[in-house]
Design a binder for this molecule. Structure first.
Ligand code: HEM
Length: 345
């Protein structure tokens, strides 16, 4: 029988061996987690098999744990480590890629990131350089796992909403045309003069809810949260999804509306509850890169193309497919070059 620690956050009663796993629908986990929060409060517990986990919901609990008590809540669960061990196999295949690139590359004519890095490595030589093959494989691993799915799923969400909200799309295009004028390419700095487009991209990230349960954390020592005792090593599940749609924090929590990020003067503002990258010292280290990618890709494409929901595509389904990262259901995308018949230049 599973013994709940004293003064541990409340939660559904666990059964031997399985804990609460059989009571949770893993296909629609966010719904079940929301229902449990309505019943047990913003901080509650579930058992993943025999392992106790504490689920954090809403802005207040999230801030208190991940920011105010960041040191106590900064570890990663041990099984998270197991996943890293499995990476060895993938690491080997990436190392093979690097070897193949070394054999086939033509200096001065890089085909991709690996070629560029190898070129730079050669240029710098060995003495005191932080460039190295092992380092390159580490970068590739990080980019592959953490940076690809997250950014591409967010972009898929962006175009789904832009196609089905032509008014929002046109307003962004108007702003982009005005700000960029004859300039050849957009730069990340241009965002400061594009409050509406900035608001749209942030709103996309809010509704995309790309990493709904963040990465699990674990407590580094016995600690307390909102009146409960939480022992060292407890798994912490930050339900970021609950913050991104927290009804007490957003003007329009359940609709796609860039006004969530605009004040009365039409200026861009970022509410505290915007935390798709999590918060505190363990916040996503790729946030800067991801924000740059999202801005440059969306602005560059919107400047040149109009995105159209195909007439025969029926009613759009915005419900994402749940997973470690969420993604929209597959959809068809109509694209037309912007020009004489359409808006803008
Ligand atoms: C829209 C895009 C992205 C979203 C929504 C996102 C979200 C997240 C979240 C929620 C976490 C967990 C933070 C925590 O534990 O509290 C995380 C971790 C991480 N992200 Fe991202 N991320 C994105 C893009 C990227 C990119 C582009 C990279 C790198 C190229 C990246 C690299 C990482 C890494 C390496 C970690 C783990 C860090 C650690 O273990 O402490 N992410 N990300």
């Amino acid at each position: 029988k599973i013994q709940r620690p004293k003064n541990f956050p409340p939660g559904p009663w666990p059964i031997p061996i399985f804990g609460n796993l059989l009571q949770l629908n893993l296909v629609n986990l966010l719904y079940d987690l929301r229902k449990l929060s309505e019943r047990y409060g913003k901080v509650y517990s579930i058992y993943l098999g025999r392992k106790p986990a504490v689920v954090l919901n809403g802005l207040q609990a999230m801030k208190e744990a991940l920011v105010t008590q960041s040191v106590e809540f900064a570890a990663r669960p041990k099984d998270h480590m197991k996943a890293f061990q499995n990476m060895r196999m993938i690491r080997k295949s990436l190392a093979d890629q690097v070897s193949q690139h070394k054999e086939s590359r033509v200096p001065g004519q890089p085909r991709d990131l690996i070629d560029c890095y190898l070129g730079e490595m050669e240029k710098r030589g060995d003495a005191g350089s932080s460039f190295g093959e092992y380092q390159l494989v580490c970068y590739l691993l990080d980019l592959l796992f953490a940076g690809t799915d997250t950014s591409s799923n967010t972009l898929l969400t962006a175009f789904l909403y832009l196609m089905t909200h032509p008014d929002v799309q046109e307003r962004c295009q108007k702003e982009i045309d005005e700000v960029l004028g004859e300039k050849e390419q957009a730069s990340f700095e241009d965002r400061h003069r594009m409050p509406y487009t900035q608001a749209m991209i942030h709103e996309v990230q809010r509704v995309a809810d790309t990493a709904p349960l963040s990465l699990f954390h674990a407590t580094t020592k016995d600690t307390q949260l909102m009146g409960y005792d939480i022992p060292k090593g407890t798994i912490i599940i930050p339900n970021l999804s609950s913050v991104l749609s927290d009804e007490s924090q957003w003007k329009f929590p359940h609709e796609f509306n860039p006004s969530n990020f605009l004040n009365d003067q039409g200026e861009f503002v970022k509410p505290e509850a915007f935390m798709p990258f999590s918060a505190g010292p363990r916040v996503c280290p790729g946030e800067g890169l991801a924000r740059m990618e999202l801005f440059l890709i969306v602005v560059t494409l919107l400047r040149r193309f109009k995105f159209i929901w195909p007439e025969d595509a029926g009613v759009p389904d915005y419900t994402p497919v749940f997973g470690l990262t969420q993604t929209p259901k597959p959809y068809r995308l109509g694209v037309r070059l912007r020009g004489s018949g359409d808006l803008g230049p």
